[in-house]
Write a protein that binds this ligand. Structure first.
Ligand code: HXC
Length: 260
């Protein structure tokens, strides 16, 4: 990144890269600058050999309350269509090959919910609230919400949220399968970091193959997905990490993965 980011903060803990959304006055509303900075930070972590996993988080009150309504309010169709408004820089996160965990507390609404869903899994604090309230603004979700939400929670609840604009709390979100774990607010970062550090200790090759294979489940039919998984599984037998992982199990010692 050439200049210091203004809408996010970036730090590392061990081999974990952490991006914190940081527009507190706007409840981390997502504007183009923030999304550019987030994309650049994640890409830099992805390219950094010392990083094995990433976390995207916000503040206690808001992961992100959506796209920046003030910035969008006066746009015309021509503006958003020609400029590919917002969505152009939202796809960056999907190109990241190492795992990205969303650690969500407070509001994850509209684009904030969509951003969380673009991450590989969501760990939520007990005060988290998820929703797609765009309908109240006369629009619909624009960064994958109508596609990822039904895949995560099923049609009925996705329709309910998209059509009524209501929020669901962390308990409902976990029950519905949107989030993988719910923890007390003061334990959120510990939990996310704990998960990230576990991932960092595995073979990065296997981790990337697992992520790619699970994502394939959303892009293909079952037979194609199973075949993709099988080929990735076969390919991992070409790695030294597979030899090391299995030898370490047999020898009852901790594996020393070298990502080769
Ligand atoms: C810009 C926002 C904002 C947003 C909150 N703020 N959400 N600014 N864009 N999405 C600002 C408020 O204007 C206010 O600024 C400050 O943050 C605090 O918000 P309050 O409303 O005072 O807080 P509270 O009463 O606690 O209510 C919280 C809230 C509410 C329930 C989250 O702010 C809200 O409903 N926000 C909008 C949520 C939403 O509709 N999101 C979807 C956006 S559309 P001031 O200056 O008054 O203090 C979208 C499309 C995605 O996301 C498309 C992707 C391509």
């Amino acid at each position: 990144m050439s200049t210091a980011p203004e809408c996010i903060t970036v730090r590392t803990e061990g081999r974990v890269g952490i991006v914190t959304l940081n527009r507190p006055k706007q409840l981390n509303a997502l504007n183009n600058q923030l999304m550019d900075e987030l994309g650049a930070a994640l890409k830099a972590f992805d390219a950094d050999e010392n990083i094995g996993c990433m976390i995207v988080t916000g503040s206690e009150k808001a992961f992100a309350a959506g796209a920046d309504i003030g910035a969008m309010a006066t746009y015309t169709f021509a503006d958003v269509y020609k400029g590919d408004y917002i969505t152009r820089n939202w796809e960056t996160i999907r190109s990241v090959r190492k795992p990205v965990i969303a650690a969500v507390s407070g509001f994850a609404l509209g684009g904030g919910c969509e951003l969380a869903m673009m991450c590989d899994f969501i760990i939520a604090a007990d005060n988290a609230k998820f929703g797609q309230p765009e309908i109240k603004l006369g629009i619909i979700p624009g960064a994958g919400g109508t596609q990822r939400l039904p895949r995560a929670v099923g049609k009925s609840k996705a329709m309910d949220l998209a059509l009524t604009g209501r929020m669901m709390d962390a308990t409902e979100a976990e029950r519905a399968g949107l989030v993988s774990r719910v923890v007390p607010l003061d334990k959120l970062m510990d939990e996310a970091l704990g998960a990230a550090l576990i991932i960092c200790d595995f073979s990065q090759l296997a981790v990337m193959a697992a992520k790619e294979s699970v994502n394939r489940a959303f892009e293909s039919g079952l037979s194609d997905g199973v075949m993709f998984e099988r080929r990735m599984f076969h390919a991992l037998f070409a790695t030294q990490d597979q030899k090391e992982g299995m030898a370490a199990f047999v020898e009852k010692r901790k594996p020393d993965f070298r990502n080769v």
